[in-house]
Design a protein around this ligand. Structure first.
Ligand SMILES: [Zn+2]
Length: 63
């Protein structure tokens, strides 16, 4: 995955700040630390310009 940009989410995050696309984002899941970790960081990826945004969204896989 290319370097993700940090995006601060205020009231909503529906519009790509880079290209202006307003059709919603795809979701990327990235394991944190190593391949055995069940902790994930989720990113929002613009389907138009392909930039990934880091929004501080964390989750965990079922074991
Ligand atoms: Zn975009």
């Amino acid at each position: 995955m290319q370097e993700a940009e940090y995006a601060a989410v205020t009231d909503s995050f529906e519009l790509c700040p880079k290209c202006g696309y307003d059709g919603g984002f795809h979701v990327l899941l990235q394991r944190i630390n190593n391949t055995r970790s069940t902790n994930l960081e989720l990113y929002l990826k613009c389907p138009e310009c392909k930039i990934a945004y880091k929004v501080g969204w964390l989750s965990r896989l079922a074991e």
